[in-house]
Design a protein around this ligand. Structure first.
Ligand SMILES: Cc1cc2nc3c(=O)[nH]c(=O)nc-3n(C[C@H](O)[C@H](O)[C@H](O)COP(=O)(O)O)c2cc1C
Length: 198
């Protein structure tokens, strides 16, 4: 039986101080406080540019710390905007450091792209996360468009549909941690069928 709260590491793809993605993470932490302990990864801007030459037995300490925090978490929530039709560079850079060390492999993960539009970044990041074997279902990914009208500066979701979708997503994240029989997404499924909304 599980008595302790589930440990979640949340990563915001925006490092902006008043980021709506960060505010969304705060809202999720609030909504799930009975089941999840959510800590926000603070070091995204400090991770050096990925270079395979540095990806050896002595990687930069910021990378070691990132990898350790990923390993220690029961699950991950990534919340990110789209920049210039793609994944923010800082976020993609951090993920690239985990390809060889495989911290995302089999790790329960929820991906939220919260942006103005966000479709391209969402599809791209989903492809990346599935190829590095993150444990996801169609219900642990969510695209939220026009994010600035849906979450306020105090970390409150102000749109009912978004609130419902977030609740469903966090329940689904919990489910894939508890239930081994859930039908997971895999990279080939993504490529053959596509799972984008709308
Ligand atoms: C450099 C830059 C490029 C952007 N490009 C896109 C884009 O391609 N698609 C999109 O949906 N939003 C784009 N946006 C708008 C962001 O979605 C919006 O600023 C969002 O609120 C950023 O997330 P944050 O509030 O968590 O920082 C861009 C913003 C910036 C600063």
């Amino acid at each position: 039986m599980m008595t302790d709260k589930i440990k979640i590491l949340a990563i915001s793809g925006s490092t902006r101080k008043s980021s709506s993605n960060l505010n969304l993470i705060k809202a999720i932490a609030d909504l799930t406080s009975e089941t999840f302990t959510i800590s926000v990864f603070e070091g995204l801007s400090d991770i050096p540019h990925f270079n395979p030459d540095l990806d050896n037995e002595n990687p930069p300490e910021q990378v070691t710390s990132f990898r350790r925090q990923l390993r220690e978490a029961d699950g991950i929530i990534i919340c990110t905007p789209e920049y210039a039709m793609g994944v923010p560079g800082t976020l993609k850079n951090a993920i690239d450091w985990t390809v060889s060390s495989m911290e995302f492999s089999r790790k329960p993960l929820a991906l939220i792209t919260a942006s103005l539009s966000g479709e391209k970044a969402h599809a791209s990041l989903l492809g990346t996360l599935l190829i590095i074997e993150a444990r996801m279902t169609t219900d642990t990914q969510l695209l939220i468009q026009f994010i600035k009208t849906k979450v306020d500066g105090n970390g409150k979701i102000t749109d009912n549909e978004t609130l419902n979708n977030i609740n469903k997503l966090t329940q689904s994240l919990r489910k894939i941690m508890m239930d081994d029989s859930t039908k997971l997404l895999s990279a080939p499924i993504l490529m053959n069928e596509g799972i984008m909304n709308g």
